[in-house]
Design a binder for this molecule. Structure first.
Ligand SMILES: *Cc1c(COP(=O)(O)O)cnc(C)c1O
Length: 426
């Protein structure tokens, strides 16, 4: 089945997409917008389900989903309904007052996770900032540590604010932004010996370890799943020395892995975890979730003007309820399996170019051979020409993160496009 036939089967009028409704001037854009992003030469204008259309009316199958964010795809009826209803009712009032929608969302998240309480903000970096502040306050007030260190992993990604970019274990994101925030140290991921050594060395100095912050699966760092044995041991170490275990679920959480939270794959529970990306289904929304024993925040300790406003809370609650109502976790598992099996077959056929296929549910990476000329960006560009949107996760890993509503036929079309790309390049 081709992408065109998929469009013909769609509910929307595919005719209208042939006529662009506006013209787009790349030069003008670049004149007025800061060049913080290396953008693909593509301007998207409209979306429906897992498909998007550019300003020229060309259709693409969207396996990026706003970087693992558009949980329900584009223009999902439940989202449209909630957004329309809530904007007419009340959209923002600040946290000076009780916000019923925020309470409902917190209740859903608590009832569907290991956490007891939620704090809301607007992004992944902010959710991690909140977690870092909570862990530091816990260190000062409960553990009586004056100089707390938070250990994080090499190749991790936690955000772009100064604290979260310091937590991020990738020097390329930190360069020229020194001095960085003190109180962070990096260790290799999935390496328990290195973690124990780092904690041992810290015990001899001024600083003491107060928390460990990890992604259950490293997303930006190349779609690297955590190992069960490692995470079990990390949990054990945290219990033994009474420090906090924090999980960054910003990319892998909210059903993307086939389970609601990434930690469910690892057999351990964090004390604190963060969510964002998929939580709002594309509307800015972040959350920091905590068990009650380490919820040491008091009025005035932390805040966000927009955090958990009626609009974003209602939308996130709709995303959560739709995940449940449409049994999306089942779809994520089935479509993820289909995608990995298909990619594995392509990897076997083009093994001189593809090293490995890995992932959970609908967060998957295809790693290219280190000694080939082609990069992840080459594959992404070629796939775009075939009408498939993909995103790199590092120089050699192509990432597949479609909306969680993706269909069997759409996964087949994506696989055909990838096969074609690899064939041309071999
Ligand atoms: C994207 C991401 C972040 C940062 O989220 P923003 O919303 O861009 O601030 C943090 N952690 C992980 C694991 C992410 O994937």
């Amino acid at each position: 089945m081709s992408i065109q036939t998929l469009a013909e089967q769609g509910k929307i009028d595919s005719q209208s997409s042939a006529v662009p409704s506006s013209t787009f001037e790349q030069d003008s854009f670049n004149q007025y917008v800061m060049s913080t992003y290396a953008r693909f030469p593509l301007a998207l204008e409209r979306g429906q389900g897992c498909r998007v259309w550019d300003t020229e009316g060309r259709e693409y199958l969207d396996f990026v989903a706003g970087i693992a964010t558009c949980t329900l795809g584009h223009a999902h009826p439940a989202l449209v309904e909630t957004i329309t209803r809530q904007i007419q009712k009340l959209h923002h009032v600040s946290n000076l007052y009780y916000i019923p929608e925020q309470g409902e969302l917190a209740k859903w998240l608590v009832q569907h996770s290991c956490a007891d309480r939620a704090f809301f903000c607007n992004s992944g970096a902010e959710a991690n900032e909140a977690a870092i502040k909570l862990a530091r306050k816990y260190a000062h007030t409960v553990l009586e540590i004056d100089k707390p260190i938070i250990l994080t992993a090499n190749a991790s990604f936690h955000g772009r604010t100064l604290a979260t970019v310091t937590a991020t274990g990738q020097p390329k994101y930190q360069k020229n932004f020194e001095p960085l925030v003190p109180g962070f140290q990096h260790v290799p991921y999935n390496d328990i010996g290195a973690l124990e050594a780092a904690i041992g060395e810290l015990d001899e100095g001024d600083y003491r370890v107060a928390a460990i912050l990890l992604e259950p699966l490293q997303g930006e760092g190349g779609v690297r799943p955590g190992e069960i044995a490692y995470f079990e041991k990390v949990r054990q170490i945290c219990n033994d020395i009474g420090i906090l275990l924090i999980f960054d679920e910003v990319q892998v959480g909210m059903g993307r892995s086939g389970k609601l939270w990434g930690y469910e794959h690892l057999g351990v529970e964090p004390d604190i975890f963060t969510s964002a990306k998929g939580l709002g289904g594309g509307i800015p929304m972040g959350a920091m979730m905590s068990k009650s024993f380490c919820d040491v925040f008091q009025p005035g300790d932390h805040a966000s003007t927009f955090g958990g406003n009626p609009f974003a809370s209602a939308v996130a609650l709709t995303v959560c309820q739709t995940l449940e109502r449409e049994n999306l976790l089942q779809n994520v598992e089935a479509r993820g399996e289909q995608l990995r099996v298909g990619l594995q077959a392509i990897a076997t056929k083009y093994s001189h170019q593809i090293a490995e296929v890995r992932g959970w549910g609908l967060i998957n990476g295809m790693e290219l051979q280190a000694d080939t000329q082609i990069t992840a960006a080459d594959v992404v560009n070629a796939a775009m020409d075939e009408g498939l949107l993909l995103v790199p996760a590092g120089p050699k890993v192509v990432r597949f993160v479609p909306p969680l509503i993706v269909t069997e036929a759409e996964v087949d079309v994506a696989l055909q496009a990838v096969e074609k790309v690899m064939k041309v390049r071999s």
